[in-house]
Design a binder for this molecule. Sequence first.
Ligand code: NZQ
Ligand code: ZN
Length: 388
Amino acid sequence: MNNFQFYNPTRIIFGAGSIEKLKKLVPRKARILMLYGGGSIKKNGVYMQVADALRKHELFEFGGIEPNPDYATLMKAIKSVKKNNIDFLLAVGGGSVIDGTKFISVASLYQGQDPWDIVSQGLASGIKKALPFGVVLTLPATGSEMNHNSVISNRDKGQKLSFGSEIIFPKFSILDPKVTYSLPKEQIRNGLVDAYVHILEQYLTYPVDAVVQDRQAEALLLTIHEIAQRTLQTDPPDYGARANYMWVCSNALNYLIGVGVPQDWATHGIGHALTALYGLAHAESLAVTLPWLLWYKREQKQEKLLQYGYRVLDQKMQKYSERIDRTIEALAAFFHSLGMPTTLTSYGLDPDQVADEVQTKLEAENFARGEYRDVTAADAAAILRMSR
Ligand code: NZQ
Ligand code: ZN
């Protein structure tokens, strides 16, 4: 096992009916800006629950943060922060609203010329001040409610980039599984796939004798297999499945399973380029990349592929090359069972053209990912050419 430090200060408040606890979690004298997306919280009652819990607080609001939160929208929210002397932010939404709020929390206090530099120049690690914020999670998927990452899109520049800093951990996150009842099946599918890929990015590399992390990652993967179909059930929704779905997504990317082990993240890097260029949803972009990346890297990842196949996908054949083939096929079949396509052609995209365009884009970003940092823009293109 490699050396590591682990730090995660986010308080989790889990369970049905937890939103009313907001009144005690948010400082009584705070001037709060509640941030949300395109309006799902107004239809499913979450907005009312939040407003009710905070009726004795001073509450302002900013709606309209879009999926893959856009820099221009977030800059408008920052204007509202300054105009209203806001000193506490409350994100009510999925990964996009939470990530947007993380950016707003840092950029509102940023003294430099251009806040986009925080994201594009990796300045966040040097920044010491951020507005405190809490989260009411409405879409389990990204793990953003319990980590210190944020992914921001800049549509004017055609970019989608991530940044991270210890100052952007949420102070608290409320996880009420009942808020997932209004999710369309497609979003649940996206959430399950995103979490699954987060686990594999931290697990499917090379062995470093990290038995705890491996077994924990496998437990999370097996959990997703076990609950997936029950979670997709909508009529009526299954509370137990939704509770496990919510908690597995947070655990997939609160970095506990990533301590002391090599990490990959090439699929995410390529996926972000696909979202920026073609508008695929985040999880869709991962599913058209990952199986092909595994074919492409099957020798380098051989030991972990064999272990993953044996322990998680029940692929126990003794001939190693055959077990690896069946393992990658079983992964793709699992995604298909959730209704998630695994090829670019399923979206009417031409893999050759996509490969060329992604290569040009990633070359400009000096792309180098993978557990050995050896997945380059040219490798990304070779991987995407297979996605048919
Ligand atoms: O905007 P509203 O109307 O609220 O609708 C949203 C949105 O259209 C809807 N939704 C959310 N909760 C709902 C609901 N609809 C009905 N009922 C509910 N309870 O779902 C749609 C998608 O929401 P979004 O927040 O965009 O989805 P997700 O949570 O998948 O977040 C995706 C973003 O997170 C980034 C992605 O790149 C993408 O920008 N990621 C962030 C990470 C992190 N911070 O650690 C890691 C991830 O790998 C990922 O990159
Ligand atoms: Zn992801």
